[in-house]
Design a binder for this molecule. Structure first.
Ligand code: ASP
Ligand code: MG
Length: 418
């Protein structure tokens, strides 16, 4: 066999890809092709499209707040069905295969029902199936805790099952087969000149969360990054090359900006006139953390006459819960008041090249200024610059930034040698 072609592969098929008997048969044909090339193949499947939502709604018809353990027991059935159906389809076309559920290969997780984290996988049963020339079909999204309870990994969790399995099996590649043909430089619905990325590193993918989240569960990228798993996001409908998400490689910094991402579901809160003394930030953020609210950006102003303002963003859906907490804080610490904006937009440019090239931030601000777009907040990391702007201006900002940094011709926008 060609030395370069991967020998051991984990493939993950999403809900649309196994959404009907015809689709399942098509997946089986694809799997057969790999198998007949002599590859060792573990296939992770999601529930058929819409099934997890159906099971969720069904449970809620019984009780609005089902016990989480039982809810996981119900939700896990979706993947059990598609794993067994795909296995039958493989048998039907003469491919030896066996379906395995989370507990049958001990995908050991903690006990956080609905968002369990994988601790380990026992691959011995998979290895012996490989030795006998069999394809293994694994039910995604599910695991088992120490007490043998069935757990699930959170929405989109089959991606994480696949990456974890690829890490445990030391697979050459983890292919994520989906209904789009890769990860794009930005959302093509917002910006028509968006192009498919050929290659991107894990770190960039994590920062491009809003682009990636549509194709990959974020946790799966964290996992891939930690265990250096090569991901290939590609279409399950054809054989075209998709996007490789890989550990950082040498010449990756040549591209200044890899992608422009945006979010529209954040809210902004400003606490005004807080006495500026030690413990100020803690007084605001400890109660929020205790309520399980994830704060994104934070900006604190320079203090004036012993008082300062603090602005932060939270998921818009959490604002109703945040407001009374902040009201209490304002009263307790003797701040002046607080104001909130229920919807703000966030636009980010991401690229490894920023590490070695100055001027991305200034250019970004300049481009936005040229469009008359006011920046409300700024935050930066080594490879990302994010700004908060008015939500209605997000589309325009994405387009002008994509044009400025990426454009139609990616070559032309590569960073010039420093
Ligand atoms: N079936 C689960 C969901 O819909 C897990 C997955 O598809 O990855 O979220
Ligand atoms: Mg998915």
């Amino acid at each position: 066999m060609d030395k370069k072609s991967p020998h051991r592969i984990v493939q993950k098929y999403g809900g649309t890809s196994v959404g009907s008997p015809d689709r399942i048969r098509a997946v089986a044909e694809r799997v057969k092709r790999y198998h007949s090339e002599g590859k060792e193949l573990a296939v992770v499947v999601s529930a058929m499209a819409g099934e997890t939502n159906r099971l969720l709604a069904l449970s809620q018809q019984i009780t609005p707040q089902p016990h989480r353990r039982e809810l996981d027991a119900v939700l896990a059935t979706g993947e059990q069905v598609s794993a067994a159906l795909l296995t039958m389809a493989l048998h039907h076309i003469g491919v030896p295969a066996v379906s395995l559920l989370g507990h049958q290969i001990r995908i050991a997780t903690d006990s956080s029902f609905g968002r369990a984290r994988i601790r380990s996988i026992d691959v011995s049963r998979v290895e012996s199936a490989f030795s006998s020339g069999s394809v293994v079909v694994v039910a995604g999204f599910q695991g088992v805790d120490e007490e043998q309870n069935i757990t699930t990994l959170g929405r989109g969790g089959s991606d994480t099952s696949a990456v974890a399995l690829a890490a445990a099996l030391k697979a050459d590649v983890c292919e994520i087969l989906t209904d789009v043909n890769g990860v794009y430089t930005t959302d093509p619905r917002v910006c028509p000149s968006a192009t498919k990325l050929d290659r991107i590193c894990h770190e960039e993918m994590l920062e491009l969360a809003s682009l990636g989240a549509k194709v990959l569960q974020l946790r799966s990228v964290e996992f891939a990054s930690r265990y250096r798993v090569n991901l290939h996001v590609r279409s399950s409908f054809d054989d075209s090359e998709g996007t490789w998400v890989v550990p950082e490689e040498e010449n990756m910094e040549e591209v200044l900006v890899s992608g422009v991402s945006c979010e529209r579901d954040e809210a902004k809160v400003t606490v005004q006139g807080i006495p500026d003394s030690p413990g100020l930030a803690a007084s605001v953020f400890v109660p929020l953390a205790e309520a399980g609210i994830v704060v994104d950006m934070i900006v604190q102003n320079v203090s004036e006459a012993g008082r300062t303002d603090l602005t932060f963003t939270v998921p818009a859906k959490d604002l109703a819960e945040v407001e009374p907490i902040i009201k209490t804080v304002v009263d307790k610490v003797g701040a002046k008041n607080f104001i909130s904006t229920p919807h703000v937009g966030k636009v980010s440019v991401v690229g490894l090249g920023m590490r070695s090239h100055a001027g991305v931030a200034s250019r970004m601000f300049d481009v936005l200024a040229g469009e008359g777009i006011n920046i409300q907040m700024i935050s930066t990391s080594e490879i990302k610059i994010s700004v908060v702007i008015e939500v209605d201006l997000v589309d325009r900002a994405v387009n002008v930034l994509h044009d400025a940094f990426i454009g139609d011709d990616r070559e032309a926008k590569a960073a010039s040698p420093a």
